[in-house]
Design a protein around this ligand. Structure first.
Ligand SMILES: Nc1ncnc2c1ncn2[C@@H]1O[C@H](COP(=O)(O)OP(=O)(O)OP(=O)(O)O)[C@@H](O)[C@H]1O
Ligand SMILES: O=P(O)(O)OC[C@H]1O[C@H](OP(=O)(O)OP(=O)(O)O)[C@H](O)[C@@H]1O
Ligand SMILES: O=C(O)c1cccnc1
Length: 483
């Protein structure tokens, strides 16, 4: 799928650090990085992980081309030719674990874990975060819209407003992962097999002498798919009556008009009136599509007003995640090789939220066996005994350890899948249908309290006693109390 080399799709400082590690003789030292975000976007109670397919494609094809090497040789840093030769030979030989696409995920838990030489693990940071942050953000926004749509059909219409082509295409895919039904973007349809849908623009109507002529001509060519845009001149005065006439003409030919589309004005009022007019004309099967700067809040409000809308076309607000246009996912070093041994490392900050949890970690989802609902996510070191059903597990709030509880009758599901092992891809990418099914299954594991879009319950993400103790010990080492 990938056509151009993405090796230089990285920040210059990664190349410079790789260079300095090489000059320093430390480039082959092992390192472990974890990618995670600290704060959920849009005030949502969860995020929907996406971006893995692109990450896999990127890592599997990570090579410096001759043009890349030439470009690097022209940089003001004047990289040593031997370093450039190392890049020429480069392939990713590390190990990656990741959440699966469609997983319901939370702050401060590793979503992707990258192990390998510091050389290769440093290189992939920028692209990995770029893919994960954008696609997870859009999938999460789409999931909020899906929540309020309550089973109505959702169409992704964002391409014209997206931040360029890749965002449109991968954003369409992320929306589909989270439950959208189709996209207007044909390339996304072709590449990923997402169903595509389209109505027509105002220009279609404007390019005829009359609205009626425009509707009839469109219906003649696309009788079974036709959705007529009724707001070019006067929605209730001309658009809907003309569409009804076209619908009746199709009936005479034994065909059925699909829908009308409303794209301006008061969508609640207009949809209620249009529904009445269509029903009175015997066209009760004709659906109503609405568009115009919709998001989860307008859709929720329109529904509360009794709007009779069956299909929602959502563009700008979704594809740009306009109320929060970035997810602040980070990639932090948690272990490094010292004298041939792996040692945990910590990043200290005056802001407690930014202090990292040292050590390479696994994530388990703890499911209550009685209810089949998730209780918490539990983060521990791989060398610790993994949580097992029947064995009492202590869950405590890492910031307020006195807030604790014990659980026994649970199932612990390992959330991080092996994707690459020592450079070899071991993960078979699932189909989009499988990803959508997995996402639905994931949502089903959460009580509605965590899923509501306003002021959701905060889900527990807990670390093991050992992980907590190590963090405290390292904090004490680096920040001894002042005398
Ligand atoms: N009944 C309603 N309740 C709440 N919001 C609505 C309702 N009807 C429409 N909206 C939303 O209000 C906004 C209206 O925007 P705006 O005023 O720019 O549109 P318009 O003037 O109707 O159409 P346009 O400028 O696109 O021709 C849109 O985001 C639309 O989705
Ligand atoms: O509003 P969005 O959620 O982004 O959905 C896509 C919009 O794109 C189209 O019109 P366009 O915005 O190009 O022109 P218009 O505003 O004049 O209808 C379409 O009619 C929708 O309104
Ligand atoms: O098919 C449509 O109606 C459509 C597609 C993209 C953007 N706006 C509308």
């Amino acid at each position: 799928m990938q056509t151009t080399s993405l090796a230089l799709h990285t920040d210059k400082y990664q190349i410079n650090m790789m260079y300095a590690h090489w000059a320093n003789g430390s480039h082959d030292h092992q390192a472990v990085f974890e990618a995670y975000f600290r704060k959920l976007p849009f005030g949502n109670g969860y995020a929907v992980f996406a971006g893995l397919e692109r990450i896999v494609d990127y890592v599997a094809n990570l090579r410096f081309t001759e043009e890349d090497i030439r470009y690097l040789s022209e940089q003001e840093e004047q990289y040593d030719p031997q370093f450039l030769e190392l890049l020429r030979q480069f392939t990713f030989r590390g190990t990656i674990h990741s959440m699966k696409e469609g997983a319901v995920v939370f702050p401060n838990e590793p979503l992707v874990r990258v192990e390998g030489t510091i050389f290769e693990t440093q290189l992939v940071e920028t692209a990995l975060l770029n893919f994960m942050n954008y696609q997870t953000l859009i999938a999460t926004k789409a999931s909020r819209i899906k929540q309020v749509a309550d089973g109505d059909t959702l169409l992704e219409f964002g391409t014209r407003r997206a931040q360029e082509a890749d965002a449109a295409i991968w954003g369409a895919r992320a929306a589909y992962v989270a439950g959208f039904d189709a996209t207007s973007n044909m390339l996304a349809g072709e590449r990923f097999g997402i169903p595509t849908k389209g109505t027509h623009a105002h220009s279609w109507v404007q390019s005829f002498m009359t609205e009626q002529e425009a509707f009839d001509a469109y219906a003649k060519v696309l009788p079974d798919q036709v959705t007529l845009l009724v707001d070019t001149f006067d929605t209730l005065g001309s658009g809907v009556p003309h569409a009804i006439r076209t619908g009746k003409m199709l009936e005479e030919q034994g065909k059925r008009m699909n829908a009308i589309r409303l794209d301006s004005g008061d969508l609640a009022y207009l949809s209620i009136q249009a529904r009445k007019m269509l029903d009175e004309a015997g066209l009760d099967y004709v659906q109503i599509v609405a568009s115009n700067d919709l998001d989860e809040n307008t859709i929720f409000n329109l529904k509360a007003q009794g709007a009779r809308i069956d299909v929602w076309g959502v563009g700008t607000q979704l594809i740009t995640a306009s109320d929060q246009p970035s997810l602040g996912g980070v990639y932090k070093l948690v272990e490094r090789e010292v004298n041939g041994q792996m040692k945990p490392t910590i990043k200290i900050s005056g802001n407690p939220e930014k202090v990292t949890t040292p050590g390479k970690k696994d994530v388990y989802r703890i499911i209550d066996k009685k209810t089949n609902k998730s209780i918490a996510d539990y983060i521990c070191f791989p060398e610790e005994e993994r949580p097992r059903n029947g064995e009492r597990l202590k869950l405590f709030n890492p910031l307020h350890p006195y807030l604790k509880r014990y659980v026994e009758n649970y199932e612990a599901i390992s959330m991080l899948e092996p994707i690459f092992v020592e450079g070899k891809q071991v993960y078979q990418l699932p189909t989009l249908d499988e990803i959508r099914a997995y996402h639905l299954e994931q949502l089903g594991q959460f009580w509605p309290e965590y899923q509501r879009k306003l002021n959701p319950e905060i889900y527990r993400v807990n670390i093991s006693q050992k992980a907590w103790e190590l963090k405290q010990k390292m904090l004490d080492e680096y920040m001894p109390a002042e005398e």
